[in-house]
Design a binder for this molecule. Structure first.
Ligand SMILES: *Cc1c(COP(=O)(O)O)cnc(C)c1O
Length: 467
C-alpha cells in the first residue's frame, strides 16, 4: 500500500462499518472510484463485478443516468426541504401516492425517513404510541426472530437476532425472539417444509400465549432473511404465521428493506410469500441506493390508530430533518419507474431469475456447498466443512475473508455472511453476466477447496475435494 495512497489514508482515519479489523489491517481497504453498469472500478483501474449490488441496494447498477438526472433536476428546483409542521416539497407528495398505488396491501399513508434503520425505529415508536393511544400502555413487546436483521439504531438493532447486539447491552427489554425459519439448518430430521412451518406457527402461538397477547405491540419479519444469510422461508410459513398473529390481534410488520421493489421476482416479498402486512418498511432499492431514503407504509387501520393516538399531543411527535428530502424522493420515483415500467428492471429480474437458479443449483454437488438457496434474483451458497453433518468451518479458518480476497483477485465483489456466500446482483444483470459471475464464483470456491481442505479440515473427504 503506497504511502499517501487513498488506501493508506483510509486505513489511517476512516472507521468502517461491520468490518473485520485484523483483515482490514492486513489486506487494506478497497477504494472505488467509478461505476459502470454491474461493475465498479477501484483507484487502480481494476474492474470488479458487483455480485451483491453494494448492500443489496444498487439495483439499477452503478451508472444509471436517469437517476442522476432525477437528482439533478430535483436539486436545481428545490434542493432541500423537510416534512415538519405541515410543510413539504412536491416530490414526497408524488412518491407517497406512488407507494400507495404499488404497495402489497391497502395503504392509507406513507412516512419518509433516511434509512431502513430509521424506518424500523419509527415503526416501533408508532406501535408503542398506538398502544398507549388505545389505552393499552402495557402493550410494548416486540417479537423478532433469531438471525433477523433490522438495522443499527437502538430499537432496530435490538430486533436483530444476532449475538453482537450484546456489544451494546442490547436488546431492549421489550424484545423477544421466535425461531429462525431455516428448514435446512433447524428442521427435525425428515420434517417437511410444511410440517416445519406448522411447528414454527405453533411455537409462535405458545410464545404469544406465554407472554400474554395483550402485552405484544407487533411482530417484525423480513420476507426473506437478508443479513441472516439470504434464507427464504419454508413453504407455507407466512400465511400460517399471519393466522396466529391475526388470532391475537398483533400487527405484522414486513421489513421489505431487502425484498421490496423486486428482489424476489415480485414487487414485494409479501406477494411472493402470500401474506398481508399491516405495516411495510422499505428502503435500499427504493432509490437504488443513489440517495438515502426509507419509508413506512401504514394500512388504513394502522393509520387510524396512529391518528387517534396523536390527538392527545396534537401531532405525531417524531421526525428526521432530512426525511422526505425532495431529491431522494425524486430519485425514488425514477427508480420505481425503472423497476416497474414495461421491459424494466422487474421484467428483467423475472427473465434472468431462472438462469441464476440453474447456475446456483449447479453448485449442489460442490464439496464445500451444504445448501443452495434462491428466490428471484437472490441466492446463497451455504459453505460447510462437512456436507454430511452440515458442520461449518471453524472461525480460525476465516473462510469468509478468504472467499472475499480470492474473489477480489478474480475481479469479483462477493459477500459471505456467516458461512453463506450471497448472490444478489443488480436487477440490470444479463443472463450472460450471470454466467460470468457464477464462473468466477466457482473458480473462487475451487481455489478455497484446494487450500482450505488441505489444512486441518478433518472430515472433508479428499475424494470429494478432488471432484
Ligand atoms: C439493511 C437493512 C436494514 C437497515 O437499513 P439501513 O438503511 O442500513 O439502516 C433494515 N432491515 C433490513 C432487512 C435490511 O437488510
Amino acid at each position: 500500500m503506497a504511502l499517501n495512497s487513498p488506501e493508506a489514508r483510509d486505513l489511517a482515519h476512516h472507521l468502517h462499518s461491520f468490518t473485520h479489523l485484523p483483515s482490514l489491517e492486513r489486506d487494506g481497504p478497497l477504494v472505488l472510484e467509478r461505476g459502470e453498469g454491474i461493475y465498479v472500478h477501484d483507484t487502480h483501474g481494476k474492474r470488479y463485478l458487483e455480485s451483491v449490488s453494494g448492500l443489496w441496494n444498487v439495483v439499477a447498477g452503478f451508472s444509471e443516468p436517469r437517476l442522476v438526472q432525477a437528482a439533478h433536476e430535483a436539486m436545481a428546483q428545490m434542493p432541500a426541504y423537510h416534512t415538519f409542521f405541515g410543510r413539504t416539497a412536491l416530490p414526497p407528495v408524488v412518491l407517497a401516492e406512488k407507494l400507495v398505488e404499488i404497495a402489497p396491501m391497502d395503504v392509507a399513508r406513507v412516512y419518509f425517513v433516511n434509512s431502513g434503520s430509521e424506518a424500523n425505529d419509527t415503526t416501533v415508536k408508532m406501535l408503542w404510541m398506538m398502544a398507549r393511544g388505545a389505552g393499552e400502555p402495557e402493550r410494548r413487546k416486540l417479537i423478532s426472530r433469531y438471525m433477523a436483521y433490522h438495522g443499527t439504531t437502538v430499537a432496530s438493532c435490538s430486533l436483530n437476532g444476532k449475538p453482537y447486539i450484546n456489544a451494546f447491552g442490547l436488546p431492549l427489554p421489550e424484545v423477544i425472539y421466535a425461531e429462525a425459519p431455516h428448514h435446512w439448518r433447524n428442521a427435525h430430521p425428515g420434517e417437511s417444509e410444511e410440517a416445519y412451518a406448522d411447528r414454527l406457527a405453533g411455537e409462535l402461538e405458545s410464545l404469544i400465549e406465554a407472554e400474554g397477547p395483550e402485552t405484544i405491540a407487533g411482530f417484525f419479519a423480513e420476507p426473506v432473511m437478508g443479513a441472516g444469510g439470504a434464507v427464504p422461508p419454508p413453504a407455507g410459513y407466512f400465511p400460517k404465521i399471519q393466522a396466529v398473529l391475526n388470532r391475537h390481534g398483533i400487527p405484522m410488520v414486513a421489513d421489505e428493506v431487502v425484498t421490496g421493489l423486486g428482489r424476489t421476482g415480485n414487487l414485494w416479498g409479501a406477494q411472493t410469500y402470500e401474506f398481508t402486512p399491516d405495516i411495510v418498511v422499505t428502503s435500499k432499492a427504493l432509490t437504488s441506493g443513489y440517495m438515502p431514503m426509507g419509508a413506512v407504509l401504514l394500512s388504513p387501520e394502522m393509520d387510524r390508530r396512529l391518528r387517534i393516538a396523536a390527538e392527545a399531543y396534537d401531532e405525531f411527535p417524531h421526525g428526521f430533518t432530512t426525511g422526505g428530502s425532495p431529491a431522494a424522493a425524486a430519485v425514488a420515483l425514477e427508480a420505481i419507474a425503472l423497476i416497474t415500467e414495461p421491459g424494466g428492471l422487474l421484467d428483467n429480474v423475472k427473465a434472468v431469475a431462472p438462469t441464476l437458479k440453474a447456475a446456483l443449483e449447479g453448485f449442489e454437488s460442490h464439496p464445500l456447498v451444504g445448501e443452495v438457496r434462491h428466490v428471484g434474483l437472490l441466492g446463497a451458497l451455504e459453505i460447510v466443512a462437512d456436507k454430511g453433518s452440515k458442520r461449518p468451518f471453524a472461525p480460525e479458518h476465516e473462510i469468509g475473508e478468504r472467499i472475499v480476497q480470492a474473489a477480489y483477485a478474480r475481479g469479483l465483489i462477493t459477500r459471505p455472511i456467516g458461512d453463506a456466500v450471497i448472490v444478489a446482483p443488480p436487477f440490470s444483470i444479463t443472463a450472460e453476466q450471470i454466467g460470468e459471475l457464477m464462473e468466477s464464483l466457482g473458480a473462487v470456491l475451487d481455489e478455497i477447496t484446494d487450500t482450505a481442505t488441505r489444512e486441518s479440515m478433518g472430515p472433508v473427504p479428499l475424494a470429494a475435494s478432488a471432484e
